[in-house]
Design a protein around this ligand. Structure first.
Ligand SMILES: [Zn+2]
Length: 213
């Protein structure tokens, strides 16, 4: 699947998923209407990774260096990351709809998740065992691996009814509803919520004026 690529400067408002794995899925906006893909290069993917704090500084530096040496390989890794992203969207939208996710989504997720586990080391520190990203982990696919790792360990461990898709038009962003009441419907009330409210108001006032005539 390929979408219209759009240059985009990521900012805080783009991270509403509640977890980096879902924010990664949301690097395509408007899947329900006119999808825009905001990952126009591996550089952009690194920029996104930095902003969501998916990787430690040292791994980011190693990936940046490697990208300058091997731009072709970085580009291919970006394509694999996008394949994972589309499978994750299929997975999340199936869960949201109460359906079984496609097999290919689980297969792809598992592949990257295993790479994510492999990118970790276990250390004993201050009386406890800590799982940490290996200092020497610098595969181009490390970003996909960590997205998949977070998806399995942090997102899919949440109650499935807390996984949501924004009800706005030309959005289709996904998020974890961590509100107390569990009734979050919008990616951002100020963005999609208000548009929907305005549309409802417009429909209502039209009905009203229709009744008068
Ligand atoms: Zn929205």
């Amino acid at each position: 699947m390929s979408y219209a690529i759009e240059s985009h400067d990521f900012a805080a408002r783009d991270f509403i998923g509640g977890d980096a794995a879902l924010d990664f899925v949301n690097t395509v906006s408007g899947r329900d209407e006119s999808p825009r893909d905001w990952l126009d290069s591996y550089t952009r993917l690194l920029e996104w990774t930095t902003l969501v704090r998916l990787l430690p500084e040292r791994n980011l530096r190693a990936l940046t260096r490697k990208m300058h040496d091997e731009p072709g390989a970085a580009g291919r890794a970006l394509m694999r990351a996008k394949e994972l992203r589309e499978e994750l969207f299929a997975l999340v939208s199936a869960i949201v709809a109460g359906d079984a996710p496609p097999k290919s989504a689980l297969t792809t997720l598992r592949e990257h998740w295993l790479a994510g586990i492999d990118a970790h080391e276990l250390r004993f520190e201050n009386g406890q065992v800590i799982a940490d990203i290996r200092a020497d982990a610098s595969d181009f696919d490390l970003i996909s691996a960590m997205v998949a790792y977070r998806m399995v360990e942090h997102v899919l461990t949440q109650p499935p009814d807390r996984l949501r898709m924004c009800g706005g038009t030309n959005c289709a962003w996904v998020f974890l509803d961590s509100s107390k009441a569990g009734r979050r419907r919008w990616c951002d009330m100020a963005v999609c919520g208000n548009v929907a409210k305005a549309q409802r108001f417009y429909a209502r006032s039209r009905r009203r004026s229709g009744a008068r005539s």
